[in-house]
Design a protein around this ligand. Sequence first.
Ligand SMILES: C[S@@+](CC[C@H](N)C(=O)[O-])C[C@H]1O[C@@H](n2cnc3c(N)ncnc32)[C@H](O)[C@@H]1O
Length: 381
Amino acid sequence: MANKTLANAKNAKNDEFYTQYHDIEKEMNAYLEYDKNIFRNKTILLPCDDPEWSNFTKYFAQNFENFGLKKLISTSYAANSKKYKTNYQPTLFEVNDPQFDTYKTNLNGKIFILTKDKNKNGKIDIEDLEWHYLDGDGDFRSAEIGKLRDEADVIITNPPFSMFREFLNWIIESSKQFVIIGNMNAITYKEVFPLIQENKMWLGYGFDAGNAYFSSPFANVYGEGVYNSETNLVKFRNVCWFTNIDHGKRHQHLPLMTAEDNYKFSKHKEIKGKKYFKYDNYDAIEVPYTDAIPSNYRGVMGVPISFLQKYSPDQFSIVGLSRYTKTQGMSKEFVDAYYKSGQTGTICEGHPDLCYYDENNYPVVPYMRVLIKFNINEVIK
Ligand SMILES: C[S@@+](CC[C@H](N)C(=O)[O-])C[C@H]1O[C@@H](n2cnc3c(N)ncnc32)[C@H](O)[C@@H]1O
């Protein structure tokens, strides 16, 4: 690939990342374990897919009877409309079909539908998928795909990373059930955080150890540590599932120690033998690790965003996100001390970020924090 093409492909706007079968299976198992009938008699829409070889389509088609689905619909985006053109070659499946059209294969999206045992072999599976070209290019924003959204009960996909906000908005306005993949940073978006705070959306079960692997036609433009030449997959650490379907992990309480036990036994040097620092400009304590949340603290606590992977609404309430929380602002004294210490971040008097002094009176401005507190009915030791 020419250098320019490489740079473009590596650009965050590259949307061509394809999900692994076992990641889909593991995620869906979490919902099915919680409610084995979660998909029964439902119409599932898989938009932004490539149904001929997408693992989402394969997974749901193979499990059609098992899950008791009413209808499975998946749609693809036309090769010509994609931002990053791959060397698109129609598959034999398409070329050998009487409806194959050399023009439409590039310009139109496709729709795959599964409802019945078309080949009359006694079971409904991937062999029974029916397909045709869409009228348009399969853009999820089109009226054609909007109609399919309105018909569906559940929307499941890994949408284009570069359009996450728009895609989520498209789902939320439809009030459907959904399971979608997105970047963990999306939690901090101003449209997204309120959904999480109000328990209208939460994180799904998640990828193994937080590592998500995807195949991509551009995989090899990534450097070592991201691209694995043996598997031909890229690894992203900050990707998660977002959903409004319940799962068991969401109701597991975090086992936690009291503040006193944390001081004695914490594995974190920031806590052991020390204390929890109070913010200088907001009535809460700083808790730099989720497993260091003190079980007997009744006030508000600032925790890292990764807390949300362990968040149970039965145990905690979310008070806010530091970015959107009105603090008292930083004092002149704090700002002076900050710059005197040699730190170079951009802060000023009145700056809204949370801040505190550590045990050495060193001024600290922690990265974004989720502000939480224990639910009133939680047993406090
Ligand atoms: C992250 S990939 C995931 C593909 C597939 N769902 C999977 O997980 O394997 C997103 C796909 O959405 C397609 N896409 C990009 N913009 C789109 C749009 N406006 N409407 C529909 N699909 C789009 C991309 O071409 C890409 O194939």
